[in-house]
Each structure stands twice: as C-alpha cells, then as structure tokens.
Design a protein around this ligand. Structure first.
Ligand SMILES: Cc1cc2nc3c(=O)[nH]c(=O)nc-3n(C[C@H](O)[C@H](O)[C@H](O)COP(=O)(O)O)c2cc1C
Ligand code: SF4
Length: 435
C-alpha cells in the first residue's frame, strides 16, 4: 500500500545479506559513480532530491556535503550517526537490521562525494548486537571489494570503523560525537564548522544513518523520483516513522514524508488500544512538544510541523491516552534530561534538576500555584543554554504548560495526581528532590 524503498529488503527475523542486496541492484550505484568519477553530479543529484537530514535537525544534505571544498585538506572523515538515544526513536536500529548494506553503500558514497578516507560508524553501546552485525557486514563488503583498499579496482580507498559510544544522549550531537570519537569529553562545540575542522581538525561530515541510506536510492532512481515519494510538495522521500504508546500495533513504518498522524495511527498502528482515547502525542522523539488531537491532520514533516509552531524531530511518535498523566510523563522525561545533561553550561546543568523537582512536588501532592510561573520561567531559561540539547529537552515542558495547564492545576488543588487510581505515581521511580 505504501511504497517501500528503504525497507524494500525487509524480512522477518533477519537482515538482508549482501547477495540479496546485490540482487536488487545494490552496489551498482557505487560502481557507476566510481566509473564516471562524478563527485559533483552526486551532490547535484542530492540537491534535486531535496533530501534533508533524518537525525532531527532537517539540514539539507547536499549543502552540508558541498561545504567541503575540493581543495580542503586530507584526511577527511564521515561520521555515520546511530547513537539514537532520543527516547521513542529506534528507526536506525530497525534500518540497520533490515538492510545493513544499504547503509554501508550510503556511507561509502558520502565518502566518495567529499573525498574522504575513513568513516566512523558511531553507535550506542546498548546496540551491541547491531554493532557486531555492522562489523560483520563491513568485513563482507571488504571481501566483495566494495569497501577497503582500491574499491572495485579504482584509486578510491575508504574504510569504515565501528565506534561504540560511551552511552550518553549528548554523544549523538554531532560536535560532541566528534569529541567522543577523539577520546575527549563529549562537550558540544559551538561555532565550529566541522566541514572545515572536525575530527583531528580535518573536514568531517556527520550524517544520520537513515539519511545515508537514502543516498544509493536517490543516485539510482534520480532526485526527482525521491522528491516525488513525499506526500507534501516541499518535503522529499519516505520516512521511517516510529510509533509507540497506547496504540494497537507500535512499530517502525516506512511511509511517505508528510503523511498526517491520523493516517499513521489508523492505517499502520491499528488505532488506539481498546478503551483508549487519544489525549496527546509527541511527534518526533522526546525533544519535541506534546500536541493535542486537534493536530491529527497536520503533515508530519519539517514544514508542516513548523507551520503550527512545532518541531518534526526524528519522526518518533509517542501516543498518550485519557488515563495518561501528562505531569508524570513530563517528570519522567525531565528526569532523563537532567541525567543526560553534559553539565558544561549552567542553565541546562542546574535547570533540568530544578524543573524535575518542581514536577515531582506537583505530581506527589506538594505542588504550589507559584510553581507554574516558575516552570514557565525555567522553560524560557533553557533557550539560553549553550547547545541544542536544552531547548529540545524543554519542549515537552513547553507542551505541558501550553496544552495541559489545567491538569497541572488539578494536581495542585487535589494535592496529588488525579490519575493515581489507574496509574499510582511511583515514588520509587523518581528520586525525591534534594530538599
Ligand atoms: C542532544 C542531541 C542528540 C542528538 N542525537 C542524535 C543521534 O542520536 N543521531 C543522529 O543522527 N543525530 C543526532 N543529533 C543531531 C546531530 O547533531 C546532527 O544534526 C545529525 O547527526 C546530522 O545528521 P543529518 O544531517 O543526516 O540529520 C542530536 C542532536 C542533539 C542536540
Ligand atoms: S545545553 Fe549545556 S549542559 Fe546541556 S548538553 Fe548542551 S552544553 Fe551541555
């Protein structure tokens, strides 16, 4: 019913082998590109395709690649990002387990386009099985001559090394990731142009694994074809949407970019669980705001969500029903973000524990009216933090204050959670404030 391009080789229970990938034309694109020696054509093709990064920021891929000047110094590097620590997001893991060679060919093509010598496949440590899978398939690709020294008999040599992250959310932020790979503390680096000075001060392009997997398909079928896969005129391609929460069939689905949530919910996720009614959803991972059901028909793409004051993020949808306590849900997320702050700048390091403590008090019956104003001020302060972590992490709080202020007030006036009969708040789940 929906055209499958990234998931064309999806099989139950196992990834596609290199032979299966090749049977569908895999690695032929790489052979053609190397034969034609057409770096500029590759970037032009991406430009026509309208591909934007799938890692959360939606930056045009062709533009990022074109920042690496032809006379830039060597060695040059690719960072393939599968850190995926954004709660709700698991698409890169599913993708790698579906068609590892699609991702590998995308990385090699990216390397060819910017004249790189090496890629780091950056992966979270809890994805150990997937790290080993990729390591195994890298060996297979080398044996097949599509990776390693003198690829397919050409003068282009390129290697991929799997690098396990230390396991913090901030390590997925591109500049922090570069620090992590170099063995330094993973602090984000503002005002650093990584395409000039990235890994070891050499040109580095960081892309999400899903972004990279789109590249062989675009080169094979043309930019216009890819653009035409989207549902909305300004978006491009298909998208791996994850859906979780109070739905009948949670999962990762490949769908046209720009499809509305209503269609995902009804056609793919099988609707809400019996007895559940939609109360809110998060459109793109924990760093995006709650949205109430009135937004069900908004196009799920960068432009569609921006037009209604929201962020698309990673396309990882979380669904809440009428029994979900939005204060508890936000407390849960703030607990995560307080723990994951890298601690480099004050608003974020001090702010998230403070926000979390206010929510804990509200949830457990110690809330006061003035906490609502304090939460609003704190959400504002998060915009002044050093990197994109804090404004993103504050998004669910913004959504709570914008759409569920009445629910916060109910907690305060009733001295506790109005949902506690169905889902009693667990004091064991969250640490109490430090007083
Ligand atoms: C806190 C934080 C965590 C991030 N984690 C990831 C991640 O796990 N994977 C990813 O691809 N991008 C992540 N990003 C976005 C990256 O900084 C970067 O924009 C992306 O990897 C670029 O690839 P793309 O252009 O293909 O999307 C994160 C950003 C922030 C602020
Ligand atoms: S906002 Fe500041 S403390 Fe938070 S992750 Fe970024 S640099 Fe670190």
């Amino acid at each position: 019913m929906y055209e499958q391009v990234l998931f064309k080789n999806r099989r139950a229970g196992r990834p596609a082998t290199i032979s299966e990938y090749r049977a569908g034309g895999g690695y032929q694109v790489l052979a053609d590109v190397i034969k034609k020696n057409s770096r500029a054509d590759l970037i032009d093709c991406l430009k026509e395709s309208g591909l934007r990064g799938r890692g959360g920021a939606g930056f045009p891929t062709w533009r990022k690649w074109s920042f690496v000047r032809p006379d830039a110094p060597h060695p040059r590097y690719i960072g393939a990002n599968t850190d995926e620590m954004e709660p709700g997001t698991y698409k890169d893991r599913v993708l790698v387990n579906t068609d590892p060679h699609l991702v590998i060919e995308g990385i090699v093509l990216a390397g060819y386009a910017i004249g790189a010598q090496k890629a780091f496949y950056f992966i979270r440590p809890t994805y150990e099985m997937d790290a080993e899978l990729i390591e195994g398939e890298i060996r297979v690709a080398k044996e097949a001559g599509v990776l390693g020294d003198r690829i397919l008999g050409s003068d282009f040599s390129f290697d991929i090394v799997v690098h396990r992250s230390a396991g913090r959310y901030i390590c997925g932020e591109a500049t922090a990731m570069v620090q992590a790979i170099m063995g330094k503390r993973a602090h984000p680096q503002k005002d650093v142009h990584m395409t000039d000075k990235g890994l070891w001060n050499k040109p580095t392009v960081v892309n999400n694994a899903e972004t990279l997997a789109c590249v062989p398909l675009i080169v094979k079928n043309g930019g216009a074809w890819f653009k035409g896969l989207a549902r909305t005129p300004n978006a491009a391609g298909t998208k791996l949407y994850c859906i979780s929460g109070k739905v009948k069939q949670p999962g990762c689905y490949e769908l046209p970019m720009g499809i509305p949530l209503r269609e995902i919910l009804e056609n793919l996720a099988g609707g809400m669980l019996p007895g559940s009614e939609l109360k809110a959803f998060i459109p793109g991972g924990a760093s995006t705001s709650y949205m109430p059901p009135k937004f069900l028909d908004v196009a799920m793409d960068d432009e569609g969500l921006q037009a209604v004051g929201h962020r698309f993020g990673t396309g990882a949808i979380m669904v809440f029903d009428q029994h979900s306590c939005m204060v508890a849900a936000t407390l849960n997320l703030m607990e995560y973000f307080a723990r994951e702050s890298c601690g480099f700048c004050t608003p974020c390091r001090e702010g998230f524990p403070y926000i979390r403590d206010l929510l804990w008090r509200i949830e457990t019956g110690e809330g006061k009216e003035e906490y609502i104003t304090m939460l609003r001020e704190m959400a504002g302060h998060m915009q002044k933090a050093y990197c994109a972590f804090a404004p993103g992490a504050a998004e669910p709080l913004r959504g709570l204050l914008e759409y569920f202020e009445a629910e916060i007030r109910e907690h305060i006036s009733q001295r506790g959670c109005p949902f506690k009969e169905k889902y009693p708040p667990s004091r064991d789940l969250w640490y109490p404030p430090e007083a």
